[in-house]
Design a protein around this ligand. Structure first.
Ligand code: ADP
Ligand code: ZN
Length: 531
């Protein structure tokens, strides 16, 4: 006599055969099979899988295997449309319910849902939470709820969407319908928030490796960023498609212009551009070969272009999650790709200022500062970038050398930086913790600038005690001390560098400080030396 499980398996179409026949795929990838089985059997779960890992199948297949219609909550209208188009092509009865539909179109979708005529229905969260939609779902036969981009529920995250908070209603109203939450970005805190808000505390998490071995991580010191970017593209990625991220619209425009005049096919993309221009630039990026799009972070979510060969950052993202997500748009096809970032002290200062000047709560600011600090530490590390990055997501990396990041490929020279750190911190202290990097360096290398004389800093014991390093090397020292948390830039005091509590241990010689050497190619701004 066959076991009950076997009986059950005979009565519903086998998952693998649906994978073959409907999706045209030969086999499951990674944890997909386990997840599909779990959800098909009625279980709740959280799925953490990197972009391109194949999350969609994890809810699409169970929707087909279970009775009723799978409800997919997604914040991205464009993505919903694409997915539904693909599903219809594969012969799946799929539809969307969002603000782009006319009343009649929406009514027709609702009718089909009630008639049991749909396998998958994509709904925008704000739509789902309307009383009308909730009562409609109450009358329908629902296979499961899939909450895509589930990190949007996190108030601390970089993609917070207030309408996602309301999704906790799903667990309350439909406790017996399986829920599957999916995301490609989640640090421990975000993960916890998803679990709490979506009622998944008893549910397993399926966590795939977030490693993207084909992406080479590289973070360089910002000197002349436009020139560095041009060199990076023309030497390493000539003719390749890529994305360049900038913080401001003005910088997007300038950078696109600069690349174009260097003969690189670059187009701007930001929210201030005319919608037509934006759509055209996006289309060209997706459909033509070798187009570089220069964009604010508004660009990229939901864009599925497999052959993006590089992602470049000219400004520091807000967090490691944001960095991971943005760089993750490179190399979805699995081929060698680059994640390149130019960063400098001014980036830290700028991000700090944006946090300090925001109207957010103190708690939010504290969390944001912690996230920024973690990213700065990644930028300043002398160790493997990949293991830092994955470590942030709680993933252990075997071996300390990934062989595909700048630090592993050419390990930076480390030297004892105790004395340099003490000189710098003393200089900040003796000058009253009221000055920024440039002035402190002037004092250390003994430059008689107007400001130095004006404040009588040439009379201080720290004047000229740092001549053994040049300006660029001192900047590197400052950045690393900021990254280590011994020094911080106070945005409320013109970015004056101030000592933190931990600086005491450095000054007393109790804390060991190893610093990485500034990259070669040192060029001091010669003119200042004479002033
Ligand atoms: P995600 O939502 O995690 O970013 P998708 O679900 O969009 O990823 O899948 C990314 C790509 O991987 C798609 O082109 C999809 O067809 C493909 N894919 C997913 N699962 C498999 C599989 N088991 N075998 C082969 N290709 C797959
Ligand atoms: Zn590495």
């Amino acid at each position: 006599m066959p076991a009950p499980a076997a009986l059950h398996r005979d009565s519903v179409p086998d998952a693998l055969s649906v994978l073959n026949s409907v999706f045209g795929l030969p086999a499951f990838r990674g944890a997909q099979e386990e997840i599909v089985r779990h959800v098909t059997d009625g279980g709740n779960c959280l799925v953490l899988m990197p972009t391109g890992g194949g999350k969609s199948l994890c809810y699409q297949l169970p929707s087909l295997l279970r009775e009723g219609c799978g409800i997919v909550v997604s914040p991205l209208i464009a993505l919903m449309r694409d997915q539904v188009a693909g599903l219809l092509e594969a012969g799946v009865n799929a539809a969307v319910l969002n603000s782009t539909l006319s009343f009649d179109e929406a009514s027709e979708v609702e009718r089909r849902l009630l008639a049991g005529d749909l396998d998958l229905l994509y709904v925008a969260p704000e739509r789902l939470l309307t009383p009308r939609c909730l009562s409609l779902l109450g009358q329908a036969n629902i296979a499961l709820f899939a909450i895509d981009e589930a990190h949007c529920v996190s108030q601390w995250g970089h993609d917070f969407r207030p309408e996602y908070i309301g999704l906790s209603a799903i667990a309350e109203r439909f406790p017996d319908v399986p829920r599957i939450a999916l995301t490609a970005t989640a640090d421990a805190m975000t993960r916890k928030e998803i679990v709490t808000r979506l009622g998944l505390s008893d549910a397993p998490s399926f966590i795939s490796s977030f490693d993207r071995p084909n992406i080479r991580y590289e973070i360089v010191e910002k000197q002349n960023a436009p020139a560095q970017l041009k060199a990076f593209i023309s030497e390493r990625h000539a003719g390749d498609a890529g994305i360049v991220y900038c913080l401001s619209r003005a910088k997007v425009e300038d950078t696109a212009q600069a690349l174009s005049s260097a003969g690189i096919a670059a187009l701007p993309y930001h929210a201030g551009l005319d919608a037509g221009v934006r759509a055209r630039n996006q289309d060209r990026f997706i459909n033509e070969d070798g187009v570089v799009i220069v964009a604010t972070i508004a660009f990229g979510m939901g864009i599925d272009k497999p052959d993006v060969r590089f992602v470049a950052h000219l400004d520091l993202p807000k967090s490691i999650e944001a960095y991971y997500q943005e760089t993750g748009r490179a190399g979805r096809d699995g081929k060698a790709s680059s994640a390149w970032m130019a960063y400098g002290l001014s980036d830290i200062v700028q991000q700090r200022r944006m946090i300090d000047e925001s109207t957010a709560s103190d708690a939010f600011k504290r969390v944001s500062i912690g996230k920024l600090d973690a990213l700065v530490a990644l930028a300043e590390t002398a160790g493997c970038r990949r293991s830092r990055l994955l470590g942030y997501f709680g993933e252990e990396v075997t071996g300390s050398n990934c062989g595909n990041c700048d630090n592993c490929l050419s390990p930076p020279q480390l030297r004892d930086g105790k004395v340099a750190a003490q000189k710098l911190l003393s200089c900040a202290y003796r000058t009253g913790q009221r000055f920024g990097a440039m002035h402190l360096i002037d004092v250390l290398v003994g430059r008689l600038t107007e400001k130095v004389t004006q404040f009588g800093h040439d009379k201080l014991s720290v004047f000229g005690i740092g001549r053994e390093l040049n300006e660029k090397q001192w900047r590197a020292v400052i950045r690393q001390l900021v990254a280590m948390g011994h020094l911080r830039a106070d945005s409320e005091a013109f970015n004056a560098l101030k000592l933190t509590e931990s600086a005491r241990g450095v000054l007393k010689g109790e804390t060991e400080i190893m610093l990485r050497e500034a990259a070669p190619g040192t060029r001091v701004r010669a003119s200042r030396a004479k002033s």
